[in-house]
Design a protein around this ligand. Structure first.
Ligand code: PIR
Ligand code: CA
Length: 349
């Protein structure tokens, strides 16, 4: 059962009422779709907030090219209970508690729960006192919400974005296999072809539930893997933060408070001078593909390596095969990314 509360801020509603005058337009010179005038892209964000997941929620809400239909949660950075509360608090902070939050898997398919408390703190979102959510968790499991939303929409309409372990997405694909052929695209923050962070070979989201990742990557849907090779370029530099500080709102200050904690954690644990803000790179790619360069390549998930469990094995030798359904993100326009992030915070302030 989904909420039918009227929602004046839903971008699709707004666009539908405007659709006689505003439709997708292509510029004559380039033939490219003008994203600012196109209908916003409906997405579901499956996440485990998490400092950078919070940034992904903010970017999705604050950019007119994206219509965030719902947030689904998965245990990852912290327990499912904690990160579900965090998702709701972030929506409150953005004055967008009309967006439903559906709680999902509380543990990986086979492995034990493993959280990233040293990076995200005991709450999962340490560094600021977030407001208590005023809207309850939406009824219905995250996996049901994903399936119902994708099956109710037209084929090719819904885009899935996953910024936590892939447990919910794998379960959804198994429970309702027709979603695989029905989504527009699946954008995953996870893995890396050269970079790793949780073990010498594995990125955290894939490491936590490698079997789920294997299920997801072995399905034929179009997947864009936004891995660490890309997200380690999304550094919250002093210059990037300065642009956000100038906004001077409750939201910008909360964002900077979260970044301050993330910065210390990343310095202590991984000796980064500036923290990489992974998850919103998925949203930036959807808003403006020119900000994230990609390359088509097959991806395999290691589930039982001696040292390499959780590795994403990407075949970058020569030309990709014709029928490959995966691509990997390679290069970020850093200034363009932070411009989007700053504009989104300003728009929600
Ligand atoms: C970030 C994460 C986990 C561990 C570290 N060291 C840093 C979380 C982020 O939320 C992101 O989705 C992904 N997992 C990066 O590995
Ligand atoms: Ca995450």
């Amino acid at each position: 059962h989904r909420s039918t509360r009227p929602n004046p801020q839903r971008k699709t509603d707004i666009m539908l009422t405007m659709s006689t005058s505003t439709t997708t337009s292509t510029t004559a010179a380039t033939g490219r779709v003008d994203a600012s005038r196109a209908r916003p892209r409906p997405i579901i964000l499956d996440c485990d907030p998490g400092h950078d997941d919070a940034a992904a929620i903010i970017l999705a809400l604050g950019n007119p090219a994206i219509d965030l239909l719902g947030v689904t949660t998965v245990g990852g950075n912290q327990t499912a209970e904690k990160i579900t509360r965090n998702a709701r608090s972030v929506l409150r902070l953005c004055n967008r508690e009309d967006v439903p939050v559906h709680q999902g898997a509380s543990r990986p398919l086979l492995h034990d729960v493993e959280v990233a408390a040293q990076i995200h703190g005991e709450s999962g979102l340490d560094g600021v006192e977030l407001p208590d959510p005023t809207v309850p968790v939406a009824p219905g499991h995250a996996v049901s919400f994903i399936i119902d939303t994708v099956m109710a929409a037209a084929p090719g309409e819904i885009t899935l974005v996953a910024t936590g372990p892939l447990t919910n997405i794998a379960l959804a694909a198994r429970i309702e296999p027709r979603i695989v052929g029905r989504i527009a695209e699946l954008v995953v923050m996870g893995g890396g072809f050269h970079e790793a962070n949780w073990t010498p070979a594995a990125e955290f989201n894939i490491w936590v539930d490698p079997e789920a990742a294997r299920i997801v990557f072995e399905e034929s849907w179009p997947i864009t893997m936004v891995g660490l090779d890309l997200t380690h370029q999304a550094l919250a530099t002093a210059e990037a933060e300065e642009g956000i500080r100038r906004i001077g709102s409750e939201l910008s200050e909360a964002f900077l408070g979260l970044m301050a904690f993330f910065r210390r954690a990343y310095k202590e644990n991984q000796d980064f001078d500036d923290p990489p803000v992974h998850d919103p790179c998925t949203i930036a790619y959807l808003i403006d593909p020119a900000i994230v360069r990609t390359r088509r390549a097959p991806v395999r998930i290691e589930t039982h390596g001696q040292y390499t469990t959780g590795a994403t094995v990407v075949d970058l030798r020569g030309q990709a095969p014709e029928n490959v359904h995966t691509q990997v993100a390679t290069e970020l326009d850093h200034a363009g990314f932070w411009r989007l992030m700053t504009e989104a915070i300003a728009a929600l302030s």
